[in-house]
Design a protein around this ligand. Structure first.
Ligand code: 0L1
Ligand code: MG
Length: 261
């Protein structure tokens, strides 16, 4: 894919996000042959454009990490994108739906590493050895595409639908819990809408961090110490509506919540 096209597609996505406007997926008309490699080039350009505008990367996020979602999209690898400073929502605060298109939420387990992790060949055990803390999180995803309708390359180009993150402040040492059996409930206005457990993420969320390190190594990049890493949804994503009080309760990891206006 030539540089001009990469730029054009990244701008197409960037403008849709800034204007809170849904767009037709890239593979429908603009570039039907978009490959996974092309899509990461578009994502890199999108990240570059945001940084040029003064935005800062807070940390990576993994997507399509459940066996069910991988099967549904007929893929073997999860995908990654980046959470930026302007996407961060503080616990207990409110978001306005006007700042999004059609947002959904999913509870996730976050990791913070004490050392950089460089692939290839990184295992879940390597991840656990260098994990400083784990924490509860809620990710807000907001595909820029109409009706969340996309192919895998489309969603990679769209920074894996990243739109918001609530990073819980209750930090736990990774050996304090068995992360694969940490249960979670996601409630809206006090009613449970979805539930799951750590094993929903590639069998164990540490596998997700290992896969991230190994995927980034193909570009000569690593997972950086100190950055909060979102490892993937523990439940299906739930659509938000005005007036919602969103709360996620994690066994042994604490609760987090926020409001929707
Ligand atoms: O974080 C995620 O799992 C989202 C990945 C993109 C898929 C979607 O937008 O539903
Ligand atoms: Mg997610």
């Amino acid at each position: 894919m030539d540089k001009e096209t990469v730029k054009e597609l990244a701008t197409y996505l960037h403008n849709a996000e800034k204007e809170h406007r849904e767009i037709i997926k890239i593979t429908a008309e603009l570039y039907p042959d978009l490959s996974i490699e092309d899509a990461y080039l578009v994502q890199e350009e999108l990240v570059r454009q945001k940084i040029e505008e003064g935005r800062k990367v807070i940390g990576p996020k993994m997507g399509i990490t459940s066996e069910a979602k991988m099967k549904q999209m007929n893929v073997k690898d999860p995908i990654y994108g980046y959470v930026f400073d302007y996407m961060v929502v503080n616990e207990g605060e409110s978001i306005s739906l006007n700042d999004y298109i059609h947002p959904k939420v999913e509870p996730e387990i976050g990791f913070i590493l004490s050392q950089d992790l460089q692939g290839p060949g990184v295992t879940a055990l390597d991840v656990m050895r260098v994990t400083e803390y784990v924490f509860p999180a809620i990710e807000i995803i907001d595909s820029r595409y109409e009706n969340f309708n996309f192919t895998l390359p489309d969603v990679i180009a769209d920074n894996t639908s990243a739109a918001g993150a609530v990073y819980g402040t209750s930090l736990k040492r990774p050996d304090a819990l068995e992360l694969d059996v940490v249960g979670v409930t996601l409630s809206i206005n006090g009613e449970i809408q979805a539930l799951g457990a750590g094993a929903a993420v590639l069998g164990h969320p540490a596998n997700s961090v290992a896969r991230l390190a190994n995927m980034l190594s193909k570009k000569g990049e690593k997972v950086k110490a100190g950055q909060p890493i979102l490892t993937g949804g523990l439940t299906e994503a739930v659509r938000l509506t005005p007036g919602d009080y969103v709360s996620a309760k994690f066994g042994g990891l604490g609760d987090i919540s926020f409001f929707v206006k």
